[in-house]
Write a protein that binds this ligand. Structure first.
Ligand code: NAG
Ligand code: NAG
Length: 803
């Protein structure tokens, strides 16, 4: 069939070639070339020199085109080396895989000489090597032997197989593991060996119930190979043992919070027997008063489960007995002790035994505020409690005896800073996680008078416009005291400083509660410009604390004074000042100066002068601020003898105040002129006042006349009396009628009246008689120098008005 396949393969290549090959193939198969190689050789191992064996020269090898013809789909175990004509393995060859248990294993194929178109048969025999070990069908065999079996009891064991042939296959068995057994091997047909186990002596299951033996099969290869299997011998029971607990006491520790239904412990008893004899049932027996029904014992598994809940604080230990009984009625007992461990399941408790709700801010550090007691139901570290207060509060806890703490002040308190405290005391235990409790102590800090009142400013300055209303509010002061109640109740007062004779209390009054300051009187700037004093603020504490502040009150000026004209003096009795201006004076000649003052200050006292009315406008000029009256041109003959000027003096206040004065200027070169002229013009101004004046003059004249008449009569009488007595004595030749003549009286009176007309202005009327070419500048200081003696002051008739 191999040839057929070859042919088919060739036919696929081409009909022509196929026919050629078929034509020679049968004839060519004549000689067989035989090689033999051991199995399991490496790939590429030398098998035989085909070229040489076919008689092909190595040099012509390429021409002959030798190649292996092999079946499609079959594994190519061999290959032809085209260079040297050697046959080589192209695969690892396993004899057992290709030929199984066949005695001979031969691989056949053909080599084609393409040059000669000749096929050669090649046989390669694969020689067995001991490459397979004996093998048991399963790794372990279980054998059961009753402990009642007698010695010589025989149990067949499984046989091993070896794929190799002959000596390379199984040659014998061995048994190891226990001296209680023999190995018996019997030779069967085909030389196959049958191993079996033989019992040497009876077994005791309670002593050893299982024996592990090793069965080894060995082949005869070189080196030999072997295979092993485990033989497990079980010894069957004979019902003769009681159950025994594996621990005399079961001690377990559980946490108190394990959930209901958890397994707390498992008891276990073993019964060496088997079957019913070894079947153990467990039960619970009450032995101590601590037993509680919250545990359940599973009778078959021995599991103890919790049916209730545990509480360390109620019972920390549970103890009971368990019993194990087998089907045969034998039993054993054991004890179970369940210890409950404490969990931190109770928070500490803080009990305040004493506390004070208020404390004075002056209390010293260490003053006790509260005493408290801390308790924790838990035990151990879970019951160890630490108490604390917040660090930011001025308090600390001091441990006194046992679990008692004192809460004390850690420093001085300041009510003004913190008037109340909520002191949170925390008790924390050392459990994991820790539990804590807090309690709050509310503390009020009581005030002590430890702060003086403080004014809002370090000093005060106020301004007041003069002519204020009496009782008006001038200003208000304010001081603050951070203390409480009485300690912060401030009383204000003005401190009288003995500066001069100025009685402050008659001007100012302070409202002691509000600090408002009122004016008791109207201030006059012209009198008082500023007042400095202290205001004291005192609190109501005991002892009181106080502070003072300096206050400056500036009085502001009002334009309340009109300018006052000092010169020329304003008319008081109808007269007027008279100034002389020589007719020869040049333009710019200073005639006089109007002098005025204003009691106010600043703008209110800034005066300006104005000429409001003049007999001859343009003849005189008036300095706006100097008040100087000067001529503005040469005086002319036609200019009136008497010039009248009205000067208005005005200050700069708002609104302005003013005063006016009339200046009379007489254009004359000397006083006699003036006097003559003046007699004509005397007192032309005020006719109403002149009328009285004339009446007075008339009365005076009549009185003088009468007096003179009396004197004359008296003289005549006296003369006649003397003439009668002493006729010889004469009066120096002058006739008497001449002495008291009417002419003399007239002259006297004329002179008198002239004087009166000059002095009617006022007591202070003066005559300025400027010398020619001399600029007479009037100033108040010069007044006494330039003033001519008042004519009137020495004249007796002056007083006649008073009659
Ligand atoms: C203290 O607690 C009270 C009540 O909870 C609260 O009204 C008060 O403001 C607290 N005081 C302070 C200083 O926190
Ligand atoms: C005003 O206060 C100062 C210090 O503040 C003090 O020295 C002075 O004596 C006080 N004056 C009066 C009059 O109380």
């Amino acid at each position: 069939s191999m040839q057929n396949t070859l042919r088919l393969w060739n036919c696929r290549k081409g009909i022509l070639q196929c026919l050629i090959v078929m034509g020679f193939s049968w004839k060519a198969i004549s000689g067989q070339i035989h090689y033999s190689i051991p199995e399991e050789m490496h790939k590429g191992s030398f098998v035989g020199n085909i070229a040489k064996d076919l008689g092909v020269d190595e040099k012509q090898l390429s021409n002959h085109g030798l190649r292996i013809i092999s079946n499609v789909g079959k594994i190519h175990y061999f290959a032809l080396n085209a260079n040297n004509g050697h046959l080589q393995t192209s695969e690892r060859i396993d004899r057992e895989e290709i030929c199984g248990r066949a005695e001979k294993c031969i691989l056949k194929f053909q080599v084609l000489n393409e040059y000669k178109l000749k096929l050669y048969g090649i046989e390669v025999e694969i020689i067995d090597i001991n490459d397979n070990a004996p093998q048991f069908p399963v790794g372990e065999q279980e054998v059961e032997i009753s402990e009642m079996s007698a010695s010589g009891f025989r149990v067949p064991l499984m046989e091993a197989h070896d794929l190799d042939l002959g000596i390379n296959s199984i040659q014998g068995y061995q048994l190891t593991g226990s001296g209680h057994f023999f190995l018996d091997v019997q030779m069967g047909e085909n030389g196959i060996q049958h191993p079996a186990l033989l019992l040497k002596e009876p077994l005791d299951r309670e002593e050893q119930s299982v024996y592990d033996l090793i069965l080894t099969a060995t082949d005869g290869g070189d080196p030999f190979r072997s295979g092993t299997a485990q033989i497990k011998v079980r010894v069957l029971d004979a019902n003769d043992n009681a159950p025994i607990f594996n621990q005399p006491i079961y001690e377990v520790t559980v946490k108190e919070n394990i959930p209901k239904g958890s397994t707390v412990a498992t008891v276990s008893a073993t019964d060496l027997d088997e079957g019913l004899n070894g079947e153990v049932k467990y039960s619970l027996r009450k032995v101590t008063q601590f037993h509680s029904p919250q545990f359940l014992l599973n009778s078959t598994t021995g599991e103890i489960t919790l049916t209730g809940s545990l509480d360390y604080e109620i019972s920390s230990l549970h103890e009971f007995e368990v019993e194990a009984k087998d089907g045969g009625g034998l039993s054993d007992r054991s004890k179970v002790i369940i210890t409950i461990t404490d969990l931190n399941d109770n928070a500490p408790e803080l009990i305040v035994n004493y506390f004070t709700s208020s404390i004075s801010e002056s209390s010293p550090a260490g003053t006790v505020i509260a005493i408290l007691n801390v308790q924790d139901q838990d035990s151990g570290v879970n019951g160890e409690v630490t108490c604390s207060v917040p660090n930011n509060l001025p308090f600390r806890l001091e441990r006194s005896v046992d679990d008692f703490y004192s809460l004390v002040t850690a420093g001085t308190l300041d009510r003004e800073h913190m008037p109340t405290f909520n002191i949170t005391i925390t008790g924390t235990d050392n459990g994991i996680p820790p539990l804590s409790t807090t309690t709050v102590i509310a503390l009020q800090v009581l005030d002590t008078n430890d702060n003086p009142p403080v004014f809002e400013k370090t000093d005060y300055t106020f301004y007041l416009v003069e002519n204020n209303h009496r009782g008006s509010l001038i200003f208000s002061l304010r001081a603050n005291d951070p203390d409480w109640e009485e300690n912060a109740r401030i009383t204000y007062s003005i401190i009288e400083e003995q500066t001069g004779n100025f009685p402050l209390s008659s001007y100012l009054s302070i409202n002691s509660e509000t600090g408002a300051v009122y004016a008791l009187n109207s201030f006059d700037y012209e009198e008082i410009q500023e007042i400095r004093f202290l205001v004291k603020a005192q609190d109501g504490g005991s002892p009181p604390l106080s502070s003072n502040v300096s206050v400056t009150l500036f009085i502001l000026d009002q334009n309340d004074n009109a300018p006052e004209i000092l010169y020329p003096s304003p008319p008081t009795d109808g007269s007027t000042g008279i100034e002389l201006a020589p007719r020869s004076s040049e333009p710019g000649y200073l005639i006089t100066k109007v002098v005025a003052v204003d009691a106010d200050s600043g703008q209110n006292a800034w005066l300006s002068y104005q000429l409001t009315k003049a007999t001859e406008p343009g003849l005189f000029t008036l300095g706006l601020h100097t008040g100087e009256i000067r001529t503005s041109r040469f005086l002319l003959e036609k200019d009136a003898f008497k010039q009248s000027l009205v000067v208005l003096v005005k200050d700069n206040g708002q609104p302005p105040l003013s005063a006016s004065v009339t200046v009379t200027v007489v254009l004359a070169d000397n006083i006699p002129d003036t006097l003559i002229d003046l007699s004509n013009i005397s007192v032309p101004v005020d006719h109403t006042s002149d009328l009285t004046f004339y009446l007075v003059v008339a009365v005076a004249f009549v009185s003088c006349l009468f007096l003179t008449f009396l004197l004359v009569l008296l003289a005549i009488r006296f003369h006649r009396w003397r003439k009668s007595q002493l006729w010889s004595i004469t009066f120096g030749g002058a006739p008497v009628s001449q002495f008291v003549g009417i002419d003399g009286v007239r002259a006297f009176l004329q002179s008198y009246c002239h004087e009166v007309s000059l002095t009617t202005g006022s007591r202070k009327s003066q005559l300025n008689i400027p010398k020619a070419n001399h600029t007479n500048i009037y100033t108040p200081q010069q007044n006494s120098e330039n003033e001519l003696p008042s004519v009137s002051s020495s004249f007796p008739c002056r007083d006649m008005r008073g009659w």
